[in-house]
Design a protein around this ligand. Structure first.
Ligand code: CAA
Ligand code: FAD
Length: 381
């Protein structure tokens, strides 16, 4: 068993770390305050190859493995989780889904632009009445001559107004339940496609979350992904990998908060000594470091299984479940270690604490991860 990173992995991690510190850190507090999308920074991430990391270079991607992707996700998330969710959706939901299940024409037309960052993607599964209960899709895509007519509402869509291309899940054959669901590529400027107002969120405030309305949107048949009825499997298979990315996001939020807390505890003095010398604080740091290490191993294991073409559904769910809890616990303790300074924006840890919460909700809540894991453990799925 080799726990060492390769030279290439270290290079990618360091490049992401440098980018996060030089390009994302300045302005991160202001963007959070103003709910401002990191437009210029995302453009640069595309130029550096961070938006299509695992995509084959023949489609404009960086051709890297999942380990490289999660190393970069961790580094970007330490500084700006709003930027890392954009990266996560584009890489592991949109690009991965299209590369693995799209046809050659779809890859040439859409993936090549998404992988280079020339265009941005969104993944649209959730609806007002279909969040955790994802098979209950109410959006319909009814077949006509050479097109589908799309009607319905999606909500909570990341990159909702900034995306160019949307992967939309919709029900085509209601009587077939989840086996009647399809996935489509929808372009932003098509008639009947409306974007709702931006959500005012607790965390990841720089990311752009909207509801979307489809009113008789004509989707050409060639924009259906995979065979008729493949849409729900498409969503589930894609999300299984996406969850490794969100696990890495949670890990980054946790390790970012830990690094800030460690540094602060070595500088801040009370009762004549640095606070890290008080055992109560030292033990908090120990718990944080140990949990982060465990979360990192779970993330690495899931990414490694994906790179080995093994079944990573359970390891990805475990990584997300655990890392998101570590993100919550660690950020709360980081605020505590900062005392009053932890409660104000300048010290970053309050933002990390707010950002941590979403990792327990999106791409399947913690309760849903437990359902996925327990079904495998008990053998019911
Ligand atoms: N791979 C392949 N197929 C899978 C699968 C997987 N990982 N998981 C389920 N399926 C298939 C099943 O085999 C089944 O197909 P068959 O009937 O042909 O066998 C079908 O999907 C239905 O599965 P279930 O019977 O298990 O369905 P369920 O109703 O019990 O729900 C669930 C399963 C896991 C709870 C699912 O509904 C789910 O994942 N819910 C959470 C939704 C979610 O994660 N949303 C995230 C939205 S995207 C997002 O959030 C992005 C972002 O924030 C940035
Ligand atoms: P519900 O499903 O209503 O769940 C409410 C509570 O009940 C949760 O605690 C849940 O765990 C629990 N619960 C539900 N069912 C069960 C059960 N069977 N057993 C035990 N507990 C249960 N979706 C997309 O498609 N694309 C995106 O880009 C996207 N981005 C998002 C960005 C943000 C900021 C947010 C907030 C959400 C985003 N989502 C996105 C939606 C997200 O995936 C859903 O919010 C999530 O899946 C939960 O669905 P829900 O909000 O409907 O909660």
């Amino acid at each position: 068993m080799d726990f060492n990173l390769t030279e290439e992995h270290i290079m990618i991690r360091d490049a992401a770390r440098d980018f996060a510190r030089t390009e994302l850190l300045p302005g991160v507090i202001e963007r959070d305050n103003k709910q401002e999308f990191p437009k210029e920074q995302i453009k640069k991430m595309g130029e550096l190859g961070f938006l299509g990391m695992m995509v084959d270079p023949k489609y404009g991607g960086s051709g890297l493995d999942t380990i490289s992707y999660i190393l970069a996700m961790e580094e970007i998330s330490k500084i700006d989780a709003s930027a890392s969710v954009v990266m996560s959706v584009n890489n592991s939901l949109v690009c991965w889904g299209l590369e693995h299940f799209g046809n050659e024409e779809q890859k040439q037309k859409y993936l090549t632009k998404l992988a280079t960052g020339e265009s941005l993607g969104a993944f649209c599964l959730s609806e007002p009445e279909a969040g955790s209960d994802a098979t209950s899709q109410k959006t319909t895509a009814i077949e006509h001559d050479d097109y589908y007519l799309l009607n319905g509402t999606k909500n909570w869509i990341t990159n909702g107004s900034t995306a160019d291309f949307y992967l939309v899940i919709a029900q085509t054959h209601i009587e077939k339940e989840h086996k009647g669901i399809n996935a489509f590529i929808v372009e932003k400027n098509w008639d009947g496609f409306d974007i709702g107002p931006k959500e005012d969120k607790l965390g990841i405030r720089g990311s752009d979350t909207h509801s979307l309305q489809f009113n008789d949107v004509k989707v050409p048949k060639e924009n259906r992904i995979g065979p008729d009825g493949f849409g729900f499997k498409f969503a589930m298979k894609t999300l299984a990998g996406g969850r490794i990315g969100i696990a890495a996001q949670a890990l980054g939020i946790a390790s970012g908060a830990y690094e800030l807390a460690l540094k602060y505890s070595q500088e801040r003095k009370t009762f004549g000594t640095a606070i890290c010398n008080h055992q109560a604080i030292a033990f908090k740091l120990v718990d944080m470091a140990t949990q982060i290490e465990a979360a990192r191993h779970l993330c690495m294991k899931a990414a490694w299984e994906k790179d080995q073409n093994m079944d990573y559904t359970v390891s990805g769910a475990m990584a997300k479940l655990y890392a998101s809890q570590v993100a919550m616990d660690t950020t709360v303790e980081a605020v505590q270690i900062h005392g009053g300074n932890g409660f104000v924006k300048d010290y970053h840890v309050e933002r990390l604490m707010r950002d941590a919460k979403i990792t327990q909700i999106y791409e399947g809540t913690s309760e849903i991860q437990k359902i996925i894991i327990s079904r495998r453990l008990i053998g019911t799925k």
